[in-house]
Design a protein around this ligand. Sequence first.
Ligand code: NAD
Length: 335
Amino acid sequence: MKKVRIGIIGMGRIGKIHYDNLKNKVENTEVVSFSDPFFKESLEIPNLEVEALVSCKEVDAVIICSPTNTHADYISLCAKHKKDVFCEKPHDLSLPRVIESLQEVKAAGIKLMLGFNRRFDPNFLKIKKLVMDGKIGEPFLIKITSRDPAPPSLSYLKSSGGMFLDMTIHDFDMARYIMGKEVTEVYAVGGAFVSEDVISANDIDIATVTLKFEDNTMALIDNSRKAVYGYDQRLEVFGSGGMAKAENNNHDTHTLYNEIGAHSSLPLDFFMDRYTSSYLNEIKSFINSIVLGTNVSVTGEDGFQALKIGIAAGISIRENRPVKINEINQLQSIL
Ligand SMILES: NC(=O)c1ccc[n+]([C@@H]2O[C@H](COP(=O)([O-])OP(=O)(O)OC[C@H]3O[C@@H](n4cnc5c(N)ncnc54)[C@H](O)[C@@H]3O)[C@@H](O)[C@H]2O)c1
């Protein structure tokens, strides 16, 4: 079988994860080039200008892992050169650019998959299946805790689009995915408590977000950019017939009991180790969609819906009120 030849744009934290998986762990695939103007190490493959990489005849598909504010432009470039594309979340920060690039993707007939890797996490997949199989009856409420161990660098924060579009966007997607419903209203509360850099970037670092779904059921998300005990990733769905929850993945499962208490391991350190299998599963899913000619499992529409929820959450904080997704739809129609 002919290998899918891949070009990767951006070889930072997440670019390296996809590179390693595609190079060493995914069948029918070859990484042939990458593009990163600031990458100084040498890899076995050439570092090309972005346009040279995307237009290259030896590249069948592109993985976009550059800073968020470049994503829509690079997706447009992939559409222009008819290359299938996997793009890291979020699609972009600019709603008009997202709409435009989605239209270009459709017109070009290329595949676009968004990097919502948590959908491929074995724990959360189990919860999704339990909910879908009716094991907790009618689901009323999903609660998601998502706290990073430490904030990213100031330069990352400045191009990230803020906590809701950079970090909580995973949780917005997870809430939609697990509940299988669309969000209609968002109410967010938050502030900057744990990081001077976050204050410099004019962002927030701790927040709660309440989502209302189309049938009035709910999601409650709590986020922090810093948790001194590690990467805190938990999820719970409460329904008429019970409750399903996924706890943290810890370094190990031991517990030491002694005269001052019971002590066990901390959660895993960060996304690179906590979500290892999800990154592998999602990129395999993208490659399979190309090899088998099937639809991608996380679509541009999924990215668009999560982005709109994030934009609504930002307005909610600024204006101290619940924001309907319809307001964003109306905003979209005048853009
Ligand atoms: N799915 C996830 O769990 C996850 C995790 C981390 C980051 N991300 C997303 O991936 C993207 C990158 O994040 P990161 O943490 O890897 O950031 P990073 O800062 O570690 O890496 C970004 C890389 O892009 C390079 N770069 C900068 N400008 C570029 C350009 N114009 N063209 C090509 N390369 C360029 C930089 O040199 C750097 O190596 C962001 O959009 C982020 O939201 C997703």
